[in-house]
Design a protein around this ligand. Structure first.
Ligand code: AMP
Length: 361
């Protein structure tokens, strides 16, 4: 049976936090955990992953390796993850053996764009108009209903704009469908938005909730480029955005930091995506907020009091993507600029290599 509540071992400084996934999010989470007196044990199939540099223990194994997962679960006091594509069976194996936070339902909901949108609209929260697409015929019918332009997205495994294709008026549905290789998909109507924002929030096992104020996000080539806070949205819209994140977290009985990406549309917000984890658009909180999203996540999954979420000034976070990481000496030389280098060995185009945060108080 899945463990819930306080788990089978008390979480106190000195305990071990298990993290599934070893990318930069796991790395920054491990650093935050260390500051609170915890040890981390990272499970990642890639022996070169950025998080291993800063963790007390590591397991290099496939996410399907049941023996390795069992040994990992036995070695940690509470388990979390830094990416949402954790296979369902992996989550099940872990949840049977150790407290897994956020829970498997949060994962299952956020992993599938159709389930996610049905869940969000079921809470009375707006999303882009959408239709399930399992065949070329479905796509033609969905286009008939929603009209073009529209976006065809795979239901699963999409990130940073991958696994999606825009359909313009006059485009042939067959070509768009073939582009996604026949994977189960959804068609989304194109949202006319003025701004993209996200709400980072945390929920504890007792239902405690704390949100950061919404941040404004700009993407380049489908990848987050810049986050700015404040987002300069009206107070009523900010309240609506935070309430939407809270309703989502409550409905999932969520524990940890959650990121909800939204479009600002006429009359309010429309939810685009839920990330059941710390998020790139929350990196500004490391220097820009009273408590970083990584510390907040650690506090939540350990069942500790949530930290204050106040902002320390006007904040800008810029990703250093691909060869942009080569600017690190200039960033270091700039007074007040905070460099984060993820320690990745190779700077491939489109790869997130680091970020820089500037705070104006
Ligand atoms: P996603 O992978 O769903 O986060 O989409 C990546 C980016 O594509 C978003 O950040 C938006 O800039 C844009 N986008 C996605 N879906 C829509 C939509 N339904 N309408 C307008 N723009 C969209």
């Amino acid at each position: 049976m899945a463990k819930s509540g306080a788990g089978h071992r008390p979480i106190a400084p000195g305990a071990t936090l298990g993290i599934l996934g070893g990318g930069q999010l796991g790395r920054m989470m491990a650093v935050a955990a260390a500051a609170l007196g915890l040890k981390t044990h990272i499970f990642c199939p890639d022996a070169d992953c950025p998080a291993f540099d800063v963790a007390a223990a590591r397991t290099v194994a496939a996410y399907e390796d049941e023996d390795a997962l069992s040994a990992f679960a036995a070695a940690v006091d509470v388990c979390t993850y830094e990416f949402e594509n954790v296979p369902g069976r992996t989550a099940e194996i872990l949840a049977d053996r150790v407290t897994l936070r956020p829970n498997a339902q949060a994962l299952a909901t956020a992993q599938d764009r159709l389930i996610e949108k049905q869940f969000v609209t079921g809470l009375g929260i707006a999303t882009a108009p959408f239709r399930a697409v399992d065949s070329e015929h479905d796509l033609a019918a969905a286009l008939e209903e929603l009209g073009a332009p529209a976006i065809l997205k795979t239901r699963r495994f999409g990130y940073d704009g991958k696994g999606q294709v825009r359909i313009q008026p006059g485009d042939r549905p067959g070509e768009a469908y073939a582009h996604l290789g026949g994977a189960p998909a959804i068609l989304e109507g194109l949202v006319r938005y003025s701004q993209e924002i996200s709400v980072l929030a945390a929920r504890g096992p007792d239902g405690a909730f704390a949100a950061y104020e919404p941040c404004h996000n700009e993407h380049r080539d489908g990848i987050l480029a810049v986050t700015r806070v404040p987002a300069d949205v009206p107070a009523a819209l900010e309240q609506q955005a935070v309430e939407a994140a809270r309703a989502i977290a409550d409905a999932l009985d969520y524990v940890g930091v959650i990121a909800v990406e939204m479009f600002v549309v006429e009359g309010g917000v429309a939810v685009n995506e839920i990330a059941p984890r710390v998020h790139n658009s929350g990196h500004w909180t490391i220097e820009g907020a009273e408590t970083s999203q990584f510390e907040q996540h650690v506090r939540a999954v350990c069942g500790w009091p949530l930290g204050a979420t106040g902002r320390r000034g006007r904040v800008e976070m810029r990703n250093l993507i691909g060869s942009e990481i080569d600017t690190w000496p200039a960033v270091l030389a700039e007074p007040g600029a905070h460099l984060h280098h993820y320690g990745k060995l190779r700077a491939r185009p489109g790869r997130k290599m680091g970020h820089v945060t500037r705070v104006w108080t």
